[in-house]
Design a protein around this ligand. Structure first.
Ligand code: ADP
Ligand code: MG
Length: 335
């Protein structure tokens, strides 16, 4: 009974852990994951870190052999609720190289089996909208932004696209919706085109710094507006799919200048996100949205009736055990 109460309180926030497999060609390491049982993952810490075991419990743990399809199937019901007018945020958290982009987008060689949550969510959304076409008329538009050093950049606004897709502005009072362009889409193929453009624009910004993608947050937002064909009433829902900046802590004695500034911004925004989610989970009356651009932008979709899913990713290598433990501690705080 107590368990149910706890579930009720936290019902809108779920945390899933995913373990990346060893990569082809990697040396034959021992995994730091000792075992996974239901929602509990047990990490064995190597001798030099004081040999022992630490367990963490989440709503679900996906082991290294979990497929993209399995991971998505647990996310599917959230996608459905967007069409019912709920706001949803899905985050990928973890150190660089732990599989965040793999979960959200997929690997470089993308096919129908390897496609990540973004693609599957969108095709599900269009499929469901189509199934409801006799009762609802849905309009879907997307936006893709990047947050780097607390600055927001629109990843989709380019000349060619403005001609192809008319702008749609929704929620005129909200900061996020004022700042960025919404591009109307009518099929999964449209969204795939846009995601490719967004990823390309993201890479263009990365010329000066190598691999900027690991040091910025990227967010694909899908806005859905549905009109009930019998009553004429309108419902709105949106879904934010967020690939967060790498959570690894950099050694302050080793970086200076721009790298240090980046690291401080990432640190600050990830801890602000953790603070927001954990105060929502605890039903605190004050939720500190204003401490970072990310939480400010997502304010309408975090808390209230909104649903949040955090995928926390860990790497299996013993070298990564320090980051693995701190990732799991972060996740435990929000779970
Ligand atoms: P991140 O975005 O967290 O930096 P990536 O998603 O880029 O990490 O993953 C790092 C590497 O591991 C990539 O080559 C990716 O294709 C691979 N990878 C990650 N997760 C998996 C997985 N579940 N199965 C197979 N390969 C994976
Ligand atoms: Mg990535």
């Amino acid at each position: 009974k107590l368990y149910n109460q706890v579930q009720d309180l936290k019902g809108n926030i779920r945390v899933y852990c995913r373990v990346r497999p060893f990569l082809p060609g990697q040396l034959n390491y021992f995994s730091t994951v000792d075992h996974i049982e239901e929602g509990t993952i047990t990490i064995s810490t190597p001798a030099r870190n004081g040999k022992g075991y630490k367990s963490f419990t989440f709503n679900k743990v996906f082991g290294p052999s979990a497929t993209q399809e399995e991971v998505f199937s647990d996310t599917q019901q959230l996608i459905r609720s967007v069409l019912d007018g709920f706001n949803v945020c899905i985050f990928a958290y973890g150190q660089t190289g732990s599989g965040k982009t793999y979960t959200m987008t997929g690997p470089k060689d993308l096919n129908e089996h390897t496609q990540g949550v973004n693609y599957r969510a969108l095709s599900d959304l269009f499929l469901l909208a189509q199934q409801r076409k006799d009762t609802f008329r849905y309009d879907v538009s997307v936006q893709m932004i990047e947050i780097y050093n607390e600055q927001v950049r629109d990843l989709l606004v380019t000349d060619g696209l403005n001609k192809r897709y008319p702008f749609n502005y929704y929620y005129p009072n909200s900061y996020l919706y004022q700042m960025q362009a919404w591009l109307h889409v009518s099929s999964t193929a449209d969204v795939i085109d846009l995601m490719i453009v967004g990823q390309r624009n993201r890479a263009v910004g990365a010329t000066a710094l190598n691999d900027r993608s690991s040091r910025s947050h990227s967010c694909l937002t899908v806005h859905v507006q549905g009109r009930d064909l019998t009553t004429g009433s309108i419902l709105r829902g949106c879904m934010h799919l967020v690939d967060l900046a790498g959570s690894e802590r950099v050694d302050k004695s080793e970086v200076t200048g721009d790298r240090l500034k980046e690291a401080q911004h990432i640190n600050k925004s990830l801890s602000a996100l953790g603070d927001v989610i954990s105060s929502l989970a605890q039903k605190n009356s004050h939720v500190p949205y204003r401490n970072s651009k990310l939480t400010q932008l997502l304010q309408d979709s975090l808390g209230g009736q909104a649903k949040t899913l955090m995928f926390v990713h860990i790497s299996p290598e013993p070298d990564a055990v320090g980051e693995t433990i701190s990732t799991l501690k972060f996740a435990e705080r929000v779970a």
